[in-house]
Ligand binder design. Sequence first.
Ligand code: MG
Ligand code: MG
Length: 267
Amino acid sequence: MSTEIHKGITIKSENEIGQMSQAGKIVAMTQVVLANALRIGISTLELDKIAEKEIRNHGAIPSFKGYMGFPSSICTSINNEIVHGIPSKRKIQNGDVLSIDVGAIYNGYHSDSAFTIGIGDITDKTKKLISDTKNALKIGINAAKNSARVGDIGSSIQKYGDKLNYGIVKQYVGHGIGRNLHEEPQVPNYGSEGKGVELKSGMAIAIEPMFNLGSWETKVLDDEWTVVTSDGSISAHFEDTIIITNDGSRVLSEIPEKKNIPIQKIN
Ligand code: MG
Ligand code: MG
């Protein structure tokens, strides 16, 4: 069965949406397991192992492992790291801000989702950054519906982030998703209302705001993966995979337990 394509963007069939929903559930379950395992002293490599085991136990494959040569199953980005951090022996310390990005392929279909959590003593400013970035994702998701434009999503996130004076990352963007981790269209966290590609029911996209306490500018570390804020400021990142429906959208990378993942974990 061939996938329907609308202006270069794949429209998923009911069957494809079913596979992606399953991938989304596996991603969400893995995120819940990771949030529960998280504690001061655990290394990001240990978290990576827990995630890979969980994803494979559900009959899925980690999306990121081997993607363009990425060495791990999840991305773990700490403090000034925005995205694409590589799990290592580095141990989580009191006061760290950790973003975990998880992707899974089920029966050939991807789902992609990220969350950020503060560990132990974090400042009120940092806590607010995390909760505001989480809220920005919700705002972006609410702007996504049949006949809306990609620019409606970006502009709603940008307006919110600008009002709160955050640096909004521009170099890395959300994306279409399906048989491939990254498909058309690009979904930036900035834009103009009514502009950009028109969204249609059956399109699947990952929306992923990244807000910084300082500048929006980024740089890539020598490992050629880890993206950090150029000024060293703290960053937060939330992402969900959604399917566009006639009356709005449905979050695929969600299970009820995921709502209990806190923005700060004290233990
Ligand atoms: Mg992701
Ligand atoms: Mg993504």
